[in-house]
Ligand binder design. Structure first.
Ligand SMILES: *[C@@H]1O[C@H](CO)[C@@H](O)[C@H](O)[C@H]1NC(C)=O
Ligand SMILES: *[C@@H]1O[C@H](CO)[C@@H](O)[C@H](O)[C@H]1NC(C)=O
Ligand SMILES: *[C@@H]1O[C@H](CO)[C@@H](O)[C@H](O)[C@H]1NC(C)=O
Ligand SMILES: *[C@@H]1O[C@H](CO)[C@@H](O)[C@H](O)[C@H]1NC(C)=O
Ligand SMILES: *[C@@H]1O[C@H](CO)[C@@H](O)[C@H](O)[C@H]1NC(C)=O
Length: 421
């Protein structure tokens, strides 16, 4: 790592100081380096909160931590710096990710699209999917709301395409045929897009393959020996055609009371060459409720899997990225071995996850994107619009496209995605 000379500009300093009229508890040393778009946080700031008494609801962001004592005005200014920043740096390694020298750089997160309001029965619009196809030079996303009878087909959750052929990205709704039944996460493999689709009462969920140019779709997996999946959430494939996908309860409320879940939540392994389908992490590991995003490491020897738990408002919920080691083919070992907790998020839960060329892991959380070192250390945050949640991301060269609930953003980084196109 390069060592940069960094002038000691401390714009917000809460050092104990007799010159200030604001009483700051003794021993509290809080320090931020605040630039036009980047805030660098010192270890002491992270370790001792700048007010004596505080509390934070798990549904809120760090900078919305509530002050429970008198020093609120000073703290508010400090927390506002965090809120207003485009990037928060915890570790010097994050400057390499950002492709800048230090906190004095002015770097932006571009907003490139605002999603129009959803149908009257749904309160959110953007779901997941963010997947790039080289053939089409475009990114696909899925909408969230469940199909509802009595509404026009235009109110069904369709797919959106970000066309990158133009100098500015063009975002438009597209119409895969047959349409997806609540499309969720997706992965590009060998010329096709593989969607995890949640399904509904009439169309069991599973994996759907889509041609990125014609948008023709075909259901390629929809059961485990006659059991419907609960509602598949996200999928990745190794270069050899081994799919790992998550299955949880998220979409089961689309099914009304006629059907009940018949399988445990978990991670499934599906060999697209032999058709072998098996659960490789689940109730047996004792940790699974509502698994979500999946991502592979650069060497395809690790699988990262997120899980939410009951709800994202459940303080005792999971909010965790787990790491599994993938055993080589023919090793006669169980294919996935739980290595442990890779990271635990402080806000919401990591929904979509992506990996960069150096093996860092990016998680979409409430307020933005958390970036973790390959060892699981939080090195920085990329903030999105206030109140928005980053749902998933997609690298295209050195651009990271971020899908929020309401907006689509992009930021140019000093690294690329794990996949080279
Ligand atoms: C930083 O960049 C943004 C966007 O280009 C611009 O609006 C703003 O004025 C810049 N701030 C400084 C301090 O240069
Ligand atoms: C946290 O905030 C959520 C959303 O506002 C609320 O439903 C929940 O009751 C809060 N939790 C606590 C412990 O106050
Ligand atoms: C982008 O350009 C390529 C090459 O001309 C073309 O094949 C592809 O269909 C285009 N993508 C879209 C979304 O129009
Ligand atoms: C399930 O989704 C399909 C679209 O894929 C739709 O035609 C059908 O009406 C939906 N069924 C129910 C019960 O909502
Ligand atoms: C569930 O939906 C199906 C398809 O619309 C319908 O036939 C069935 O009666 C519904 N069950 C309940 C309990 O509403």
């Amino acid at each position: 790592m390069k060592i940069h000379f960094r002038p000691a500009i401390v714009v917000v300093s809460l050092l104990t100081c007799s010159c200030s009229s604001v009483a700051v508890p003794r021993g509290v040393i809080s320090e931020l380096k605040v630039g036009p778009s980047i805030v660098e946080v010192s270890p002491s700031f992270r370790n001792v909160f700048p007010v004596k008494n505080f509390n934070r609801n798990v549904t809120t962001t760090w900078w919305e931590t509530e002050s429970l004592d008198e020093s609120e005005s000073t703290a508010a200014k400090t927390l506002q710096s965090l809120r207003d920043a485009n990037f928060i740096v915890f570790d010097q390694g994050f400057y390499e990710v950002l492709g800048v020298d230090d906190f004095q750089s002015n770097k932006s997160v571009e907003t490139i699209f605002e999603f129009p309001p959803g149908p009257s029965f749904a309160n959110r619009l953007v779901h997941d999917g963010t997947v790039y196809s080289l053939e089409c030079n475009c990114i696909f996303f899925a909408e969230l709301h469940p199909p509802k009878e009595g509404f026009s087909t235009d109110a069904m959750p369709w797919v959106w395409r970000v066309n990158l052929n133009e100098s500015t990205p063009v975002v438009e709704k597209v119409y895969p045929q047959p349409q997806l039944t609540v499309g969720n996460g997706a992965f590009y493999h060998d010329g096709s897009i593989y969607w995890a689709q949640e399904g509904n009462y009439t169309n069991p969920g599973g994996i759907v393959r889509m041609d990125p140019l014609t948008l023709e779709t075909e259901v390629v997996l929809n059961n485990f020996l006659g059991h419907r999946f609960n509602s598949p959430n996200d999928v990745v494939l190794t270069s050899d055609g081994i799919a790992f996908f998550t299955d949880g309860y998220y979409g089961f409320d689309n099914f009304n009371d006629t059907l009940k879940p018949e399988l445990a939540n978990g991670v499934w392994r599906w060999d697209i060459n032999t058709g072998d389908v098996r659960q490789v992490a689940g109730a047996g590991t004792g940790i699974w409720l509502n698994p979500n995003g999946v991502a592979l490491s650069p060497g395809e020897d690790r699988l990262y899997v997120t899980a939410r738990g009951e709800t994202s408002a459940d303080a005792a919920g999971q909010r965790t990225i787990y790491q599994f080691n993938i055993q080589p083919e023919g090793s006669n070992s169980p294919p996935l071995q739980l290595a442990g907790i890779f990271a635990y998020a402080d806000a919401g839960f990591p929904d979509g996850i992506k990996v960069d060329a150096e093996g860092r892991v990016y998680g979409g959380v409430t307020g933005g994107v958390d970036v973790f070192s390959p060892g699981g250390q939080l090195i920085g945050k990329i903030n999105v619009a206030r109140g928005d949640v980053a749902v998933n991301m997609q690298f295209v060269d050195d651009w990271l496209y971020i899908a929020g609930r309401t907006y689509l953003y992009r930021v140019q980084l000093g690294t690329t995605g794990v996949r080279k196109y």
